[in-house]
Unconditional design. Structure first.
Length: 105
């Protein structure tokens, strides 16, 4: 993705949210972000994505929606009725794909 400095910082925050919330490596978080959002046309900061906090996008990069089409948002009140044990995790991008731009730590 081509990102200006502001959006690069936003995606760094998104990566941090994923590593903290899901216990995954930075390399995996970046690969998942690249897979899920890499084809989007991202405008300079503040892109429309910035309307939501990074944790909102983190859940979409990590989980599939539940049976009702809902994803967690990162807001404890909004997420209270979502059963996280019933959410399926998106499969990892293939390790040999160009989506893996960082080496595992």
């Amino acid at each position: 993705m081509k990102l200006d400095e502001g959006m690069l910082e936003y995606f760094r925050e998104l990566t941090g949210e994923m590593t903290e919330r899901f216990g995954i490596s930075r390399a995996e978080a970046v690969a998942r972000i690249n897979e899920r959002y890499g084809s989007l046309e991202i405008s300079p900061y503040p892109d429309l994505m910035c309307h939501e906090l990074p944790e909102f996008w983190a859940y979409g990069a990590y989980y599939h929606a539940d049976e009702e089409g809902r994803l967690p948002t990162g807001d404890a009140d909004e997420d209270a009725d979502i059963d996280f044990t019933k959410l399926s995790i998106r499969p990892l991008p293939p390790r040999d794909s160009p989506l893996w731009t960082l080496k595992d730590e």
